[in-house]
Design a binder for this molecule. Structure first.
Ligand SMILES: Cc1cc2nc3c(=O)[nH]c(=O)nc-3n(C[C@H](O)[C@H](O)[C@H](O)COP(=O)(O)OP(=O)(O)OC[C@H]3O[C@@H](n4cnc5c(N)ncnc54)[C@H](O)[C@@H]3O)c2cc1C
Length: 466
């Protein structure tokens, strides 16, 4: 398996190898399928609510082998998505969940310091920038929505203020959210795994779920074993798109990342020395953070799509797409032109139509959650609370959260979804290239791009609100 730079680094620091695979016939009160942030936060939350509960995690690869060990490490909130949250959940609930996304940043900082997890937590803030003239001011509706609710977390920057954060002429405008953070994503997920083991959670790695009995006492089947559980929580994120009920609600899309060699002098030339996480306003978003030892981690969304929700090899690494991302890095950060690339990798992003995850029941005792649309490092902490409450059958603010909703059928069935997705992706690519040249894209291109689902921090296409 091709690993990310992050996971390679975290595994080198880990003690012990993978956990033993599931064998034989076992029982658990709660069986969680998927050992990323969502599955691990769910396990920890179940243990917090009911310490005596017997919790098992079944993971196809190793914990953190999915998106959680490969992402950009932006630990951001959902303030930029407040409008979408309100649309999905209603005014009060949308606001409550946005507040919880801010609480998640603090909770993850506290978790790391209380448990000795050195996930390189740095509160450098989030810069939302325009790298094409058409994107200048795209944050204004999000800022206005926040201000309508008395929230002043996102602030617009003047060009001079922006260039105090990063000095590259390609950055034409921006907004800043100071209280967000960056992390080393794989140290975080491997830290969660360690703490879960310490709290008595049983973890089975290299144990892909091959079958799931949903009725009666649910049962998870793997190549060499089975677990019969009081309840099953599916924390599969992009892999969840293969589940029939979710297949029209979640679309897996690759996001590709490259890492440069450490070079503090380069960061100083860029004036990028305060650990800001930076993302632009494209649908095929560029996102970048600088590590404490001076590497630039640069990613780009919207690489390729999955047919029938199948996550193939291309979702782990593709040298041609790595070259494409490097070319974009040179365009967006011209000062990186000579910087050696030491690592490249890809991962699956689970996109939903509105860019927010979906939680719910597949049957009485089988619950699911995922679809963070590239914005899950912090929000999976909320996902863990929701899934734990659902799995334990509790009646509380998390089991009744607004994100517990029907999956819907926002995307067409296959093969239209895949073929149509390719057409829409190509239209977005052309639209963004026209915008780079400061030209107006053609009407057909704009119309087709309007079908794109919501991106990292903005609504899909041109016609939806951020
Ligand atoms: C390249 C990239 C960059 C990103 N950057 C950011 C960012 O900077 N900030 C941000 O907030 N979000 C980002 N994201 C999104 C974020 O990483 C995810 O939202 C988050 O990690 C989701 O966690 P999860 O636990 O739900 O899913 P995952 O971490 O994907 O976990 C799902 C797990 O399920 C396992 N699994 C799959 N099938 C089976 C099976 N049959 N049986 C058992 N186990 C199975 C997988 O192996 C995997 O470990 C990025 C994602 C990618 C791919």
């Amino acid at each position: 398996m091709h690993r990310s730079f992050w996971l390679e680094e975290a595994l080198a620091a880990d003690e012990g190898g993978p956990a033993a695979a599931l064998t034989g016939d076992r029982r658990a009160d709660v069986c969680i399928v998927g050992g990323g942030y969502t599955g691990l936060w769910t396990a920890l939350r179940v243990k917090e609510l009911e310490p005596g509960c017997d919790v098992a995690i079944v993971e196809a690869d190793i914990c953190g082998g999915g998106a959680s060990g490969r992402n950009g490490g932006f630990l951001t909130t959902w303030w930029s998505k407040l409008g979408r949250l309100i649309k999905a959940c209603g005014e009060d609930e949308g606001l409550r969940i946005a507040c919880a996304s801010e609480e998640a940043v603090n909770a993850i900082e506290a978790f790391c310091s209380e448990n000795g997890v050195d996930a390189h937590f740095r509160r450098g803030g989030w810069l939302w920038v325009a790298t094409a003239p058409a994107h200048v001011g795209i944050w204004e509706s999000a800022i206005a929505e926040c201000e309508r609710h008395g929230v002043h977390e996102l602030v617009p920057l003047t060009p001079d203020e922006l260039h105090e954060h990063i000095d590259q002429p390609t950055h034409l405008g921006g907004a800043f959210e100071p209280r967000t953070a960056t992390v080393h994503p794989a140290h975080l997920v491997r830290g969660l795994r360690r703490v879960a083991l310490e709290r008595g959670v049983r973890i089975y790695e290299n144990s892909p779920m091959l079958g799931l009995r949903r009725t009666g006492a649910p049962r998870v089947r793997t190549p060499d074993g089975e677990i019969t559980a009081g309840s099953v929580a599916l924390a599969l994120n992009a892999w969840g798109a293969a589940i029939p009920e979710l297949s029209r609600a979640i679309v897996p899309v690759t996001s590709d990342v490259v890492a440069t060699a450490p070079d503090q002098a380069l960061l100083e030339r860029l004036r990028w020395t305060h650990a800001e996480a930076i993302a632009d306003a494209r649908l095929m978003v560029h996102y970048y953070q600088a590590t404490p030892d001076g590497r630039i981690i640069f990613g780009k969304g919207g690489g390729t799509l999955a047919y029938h929700g199948r996550i193939g090899q291309g979702f782990h690494h593709d040298p041609r797409r790595a070259a494409w991302v490097t070319e974009h890095m040179h365009r967006i950060l011209p000062a990186t032109a000579g910087a050696p690339i030491t690592h490249s990798w890809a991962g699956p992003v689970a996109r939903t139509d509105d860019g927010l995850p979906i939680f719910g029941h597949l049957s009485d005792k089988v619950v699911h959650g995922g679809g963070y649309s590239g914005n899950g490092v912090g929000p999976t902490w909320i996902g863990g609370r929701i899934l734990a409450s659902l799995a334990l059958g509790r009646d509380d603010e998390w089991s009744n959260a607004g994100l517990v909703r029907a999956p819907g059928r926002a995307f067409p069935p296959e093969p239209v979804r895949y073929l149509g997705g390719r057409v829409v992706r190509e239209a977005v690519r052309r639209m963004e290239e026209s915008e780079d040249r400061d030209e107006k894209p053609g009407r057909l291109v704009t119309a087709l791009a309007g079908f794109a689902p919501a991106g990292y921090a903005r609504g899909g296409g041109r016609r939806r609100r951020t």
